[in-house]
Design a protein around this ligand. Structure first.
Ligand code: LLP
Length: 437
């Protein structure tokens, strides 16, 4: 049996249990493709992060990077667990508002926030705006004046650290579209502009070095660099950062060849580095914020598919086709991401063949898995892809006019639909017929 499945997740008849609920029954009841989250696991990960900070006795915020999976139910769970959240668009902010997420715990990120987005953030009193560029300083200043308002801000910096990860997932290096560059003096100039603006309360600095990172050392370097900048700004400008935010990016295990550290280990290393740097420079220990997305929701998510057609070509790995694909999980096609897959309706069956799992989209690149080791499957079987909870549903599309799947939350043996499956009618809801004059 796949080593990523715990024995407690196997029902007596050999079905996969998610949050104590039979996944095969869920597939039958709600149809496939279906996205299911083990909510207990989401809660547990948030709690583990918080526990590290509690043990280290530092002030902190665990801010869920909601781009990984942004739905009303998810914001509700994050709020219940005392997490903060970061949003990157009016749409994410709107969803958080609908979930009654406490606005003072929201940070607004983005490298091209529009005036309307900044207005929405200011009017709803979000906790912090993470300023990315000079244009934004100007826009935000205008919006604050027009609304006679004040807001807490942080500056996003590019610390010049390249994380060892997929090219698209790197953000901390100097040649990046995000944040203020340090070496050229841009960051110091931004600081002065913001400090000169009485409507902005400059609470600290931020950096995010990338995503799906396995090594501690990039985070330690980033934490160290941020503290060095903070100290130099204290000396030069008399400015003391109250918050150091080191972003997210903690890597998770997708396949058996991945060996990440526990996400909490990254946090411990970050906190210790910041403490050391603070002691060395006689700097008041700042609040330490992190922004994990993937590590909170990734391992908790499962995509369920039903097996349909099959293609066998002598000498080649067979194609087993399922009823979903790149529309519900673009990551394999976009990043060559790999996942483990299991036969959810018979976990006890012995794996006996290597197959490719093909999606149903009209594109040769629509392969959900280039190599899955599975028992012999037949049409109607239910496959579960594991650890799909981050950036799957949030990057879903209607390509080929396929409706997006439903999302179910399962916890303590109960399941509930938290996002309905799109209907065919939903697919044309914005279409207007064309009438020639
Ligand atoms: N903070 C900032 C400023 C970010 O840009 C991101 C992710 C995070 C936090 C959360 O990173 P995480 O802990 O989830 O790694 N679509 C890609 C990932 C893009 C990440 C974008 N930024 C994927 O599917 O791998």
């Amino acid at each position: 049996m796949n080593s990523q499945i715990a024995s407690s997740q196997v029902s007596p008849e050999g079905h996969l249990l998610i949050g104590g609920v039979d996944s095969v029954a869920l597939a039958k009841k709600y149809g496939t493709p279906l996205i299911v989250y083990d909510v207990g696991q989401i809660r547990q990960q948030i709690r583990k992060f918080k526990q590290v900070f509690e043990e280290e006795k530092t002030s902190y915020a665990v801010s869920y990077a909601s781009k990984a999976f942004a739905t009303i139910a998810m914001y509700q769970v994050a709020a219940e667990e005392g997490a903060y959240t970061d949003v990157v668009s009016a749409g994410e902010l709107y969803t958080a508002l609908k979930a009654s997420f406490p606005m003072e715990r929201v940070s607004f990120h983005g490298n091209n926030k529009s005036r309307a987005e900044l207005e929405m953030a200011v009017k709803n009193h979000v906790g912090k705006i993470i300023i990315d560029n000079f244009y934004e300083i100007k826009l935000l200043k205008e919006v604050l004046q027009e609304n006679d308002s004040h807001i807490k801000v942080m500056l996003r910096l590019t610390p010049g650290i390249s994380a060892h990860t997929h090219e698209y997932d790197q953000t901390g290096q100097i040649d990046s579209k995000f944040g203020f560059d340090l070496n050229s003096g841009q960051a110091a100039k931004a600081l002065q502009e913001v400090l000169a603006e009485p409507r902005m309360d400059m609470v600290g600095i931020h950096a995010h070095i990338g995503s799906q990172i396995f090594e501690l050392n990039g985070f330690e370097m980033a934490a160290q660099k941020l503290m060095q900048i903070a100290s130099s700004w204290r000396e030069k400008y008399g400015y003391t950062a109250k918050i150091i935010n080191v972003g997210g990016g903690f890597g998770i295990k997708y396949v058996s060849s991945d060996h990440p550290l526990k996400p909490e280990a990254f946090v411990k290393a970050i906190v210790e580095t910041i403490k050391q740097e603070a002691a060395k420079n006689d700097y008041p220990l700042p609040e330490i914020d992190i922004e994990p997305g993937r590590s909170i929701v990734g391992p908790a998510g499962y995509n369920l598919y039903q097996v349909g057609s099959r293609k066998d070509v002598p000498g080649l790995k067979p194609y087993v086709t399922v009823d979903g694909g790149m529309g519900d999980n673009i990551r394999p096609a976009l990043y060559q991401a790999e996942y483990e897959t299991v036969l959810a309706n018979n976990l006890k069956a012995k794996e006996e063949e290597h197959v490719r799992i093909a999606g149903k989209y009209c594109e040769s690149g629509d392969l959900l898995s280039a190599d899955a080791f599975l028992p012999k499957t037949k049409p109607g079987d239910i496959l579960a892809m594991l650890d799909t909870g981050a950036y799957g549903y949030s990057m879903a599309s209607n390509y080929n006019r396929n409706p997006r799947p439903a999302v179910v939350f399962a916890e303590n043996g109960h399941a509930q639909v938290v996002v309905k499956r799109e209907s065919l009618e939903d697919l044309v809801r914005l279409d207007q017929s064309y009438q020639e004059d």
